[in-house]
Design a protein around this ligand. Structure first.
Ligand code: PEP
Length: 249
């Protein structure tokens, strides 16, 4: 039985004032039937950890460097995230792949570092609209999975998030059949590569315009173990019904 996960990605949003939203979540979820994760900007992580202390809400980073330390101005290592209070990190988000030219190999190296630090590593994959329309979705997803996930991954360390690029922040969502097809494909690929025990234990999140109004139907799709949520994670009033829908799924 895989533990479900509701993960929020605050992206480049949030200053001290935004922590009231985390405070509201922490107060609402002293305990939770699913894993609740918020990934604030790195600048807020330490204070966020103080706010979430004692609650069921855990914290993650949005990226890390592959090195533990060194001459990498502006970067943050997995160890630093952990030290600041993170238990997880998002890697290979399409915005980082686009804005920072991250390749599958880059993501894989970062994932190795994150796993070595004991962080739950959420590896993001997803096709563009052009790729979907060209019928290339499964080829693209398969290649990203093979190239971005390190050999030593386990069900405890790896979470995979399927995030069609065209659905992120757009209000457009794939059909439930399309989500189900990709998630079943990801599950099969993971089992092929890692065997049934590990491949069957890795959690698969869907991400892309998940909202309170569509969460329940998405969570009913096979092999959807939760969601990676951007916009709707910024306010506790929006994220809470998504958590509730996952708890009920
Ligand atoms: C995301 O940033 O990972 C994401 C899914 O964003 P949104 O929920 O806003 O589409």
């Amino acid at each position: 039985m895989r533990q479900k996960m509701a993960a929020g990605n605050w992206k480049l949003n949030g200053t001290s004032a935004t922590l009231v939203e985390l405070q509201a979540l922490a107060e609402a979820y002293g305990t939770a039937g699913v894993d609740v994760l918020i990934c604030p900007p790195a600048s807020l992580l330490h204070r966020a950890a103080e706010v979430a202390k004692g609650s069921a809400v855990t914290l993650g980073g949005q990226d890390c460097h592959a090195a533990v330390s060194g001459a990498h101005t502006g970067d943050t290592s997995a160890e630093m995230l952990k030290d600041a209070g993170a238990t997880a990190v998002i890697l290979g988000h399409s915005e980082r792949r686009a804005d920072h030219f991250e390749t599958d190999a880059t993501v894989c190296a970062k994932a190795e570092a994150a796993m070595a630090s004991g962080l739950i590593t959420i590896v993001c994959l997803g096709e563009s609209l052009e790729q979907r329309e060209a019928g290339e979705t499964l080829d693209i997803i398969g290649a990203q999975l093979a190239g971005s996930v390190p050999a030593g991954a386990t069900g405890d360390t790896l979470v995979v998030a399927y995030e069609p690029i065209w659905a992120i922040g757009t209000g457009k969502v794939p059909t439930l059949e399309q989500i189900g097809e990709v998630h079943a494909f990801l599950r099969a690929q993971l089992i092929l590569r890692f065997g049934g025990e590990i491949g069957g234990a890795v959690r698969l999140l869907y991400g892309g315009s998940v909202k309170p109004g569509n969460a329940a139907e998405i969570f009913a799709v096979g092999d959807v173990d939760g969601a990676l949520v951007g916009g709707a994670s910024l306010r506790a009033a929006d994220f809470s019904p998504i958590i509730a829908a996952l708890e009920a799924a």
